[in-house]
Design a protein. Structure first.
Length: 320
């Protein structure tokens, strides 16, 4: 579609949405009023939903997902959005359904002049494929953690996620060109003093919104940090001995939320978790019961303000 035709379609979609959702006209009646076909009206309504012109919300006192959301908020003090997903759903489809809901929910959090921190990973990658476009001004999308390892620069993987967020919100994109893990903590300290890297670290300090998933060592849909060649066998042994249950932005933590004395974290190409916690809104997206232990650890660390998850993991984190 040409740039000139886009505003016209948006106007038609907006009018169709008003007639359908606010005036209760049938699609046949709307087609007559707009001088088009019923199938064209259906496409306009879908366009209105996909582009965020229409935001559909369901509220019911009998809704089990809503009740679960309230229980999670009462227990952990976070805003929870529970996505209903049948138990028999595969782990891949479960992730896609949660990612789709998360992408639509994110739209209401994004505003102009924001610094939006993005943590790469399997979950955030899935979310990025479903983002609803929303025009902002003066916003920046910044990569939180480095992506390079001994096998790859990580540029293609991380930049594709960032590109999708940048295009969806009309934001400037800032990559973080450092390794996911340094060989030596002293090398990290030296590089982090460089002005070119310091500029990105300063953006991290000013993040208004952070979007991340939680890594889990044994998840059926593998967390990218565990499946992408980022950890050596010695690293895995060290994490196991330290009692690590998961990570956020390649910074690892235990079940009680502690992380500062875990050796691998001194080499992580990422800001520490205290930096993430300073962002006013921190959106965590989780799919699958296998990530319950990792999610509990992230909650214990105080990393989450808004949680988007499926019913299975929501039920799991509430169990004693």
């Amino acid at each position: 579609m040409s740039d000139a035709a886009q505003p016209m379609r948006t106007q038609q979609a907006l009018r169709a949405a008003h007639l359908y959702y606010l005036q209760d006209l049938t699609m046949d009646a709307i087609a007559d009023e707009l001088g088009t076909s019923r199938s064209s009206v259906s496409r306009l309504l879908k366009y209105a939903r996909d582009t965020g012109l229409v935001d559909i919300q369901i509220r019911s006192p009998l809704d089990q997902a809503a009740a679960l959301s309230r229980n999670i908020r009462a227990r952990f003090g976070v805003h929870a959005h529970v996505v209903p997903v049948p138990d028999h759903t595969s782990d891949v489809d479960r992730l896609e359904r949660v990612a789709l809901s998360a992408a639509r929910i994110l739209t209401q959090y994004v505003e102009s002049n924001m610094v939006i921190g993005i943590s790469w990973g399997s979950t955030v990658s899935a979310v990025s494929r479903y983002l609803v476009p929303k025009t902002t001004h003066g916003s920046t999308v910044v990569q939180i953690n480095g992506a390079a390892n001994t096998r790859t620069t990580g540029i293609v993987y991380a930049s594709e996620i960032l590109r999708r967020f940048g295009e969806a919100y009309g934001a400037f994109v800032q990559q973080f060109p450092v390794p996911a893990f340094f060989d030596d903590p002293a090398t990290k300290e030296a590089l982090f003093r460089e002005r070119s890297i310091r500029r990105v670290l300063d953006l991290h300090e000013r993040m208004d919104l952070v979007v991340f998933g939680v890594g889990a060592p044994q998840a059926p849909v593998p967390s990218h940090v565990y499946s992408g060649g980022y950890l050596d066998p010695s690293d895995r042994d060290e994490l196991s001995e330290a009692g690590v249950v998961g990570d956020v932005s390649t910074v690892f933590y235990r079940a009680d939320g502690s992380w500062k004395d875990i050796g691998v974290n001194a080499r992580a190409g990422a800001p520490d978790l205290d930096t993430i916690k300073r962002a006013p809104r921190r959106v965590c997206v989780v799919a699958g019961r296998s990530k319950a232990a990792s999610l509990r650890g992230a909650l214990a660390a105080g990393l989450v303000t808004d949680l988007i998850l499926d019913e299975s993991v929501g039920q799991a984190i509430l169990q004693p």
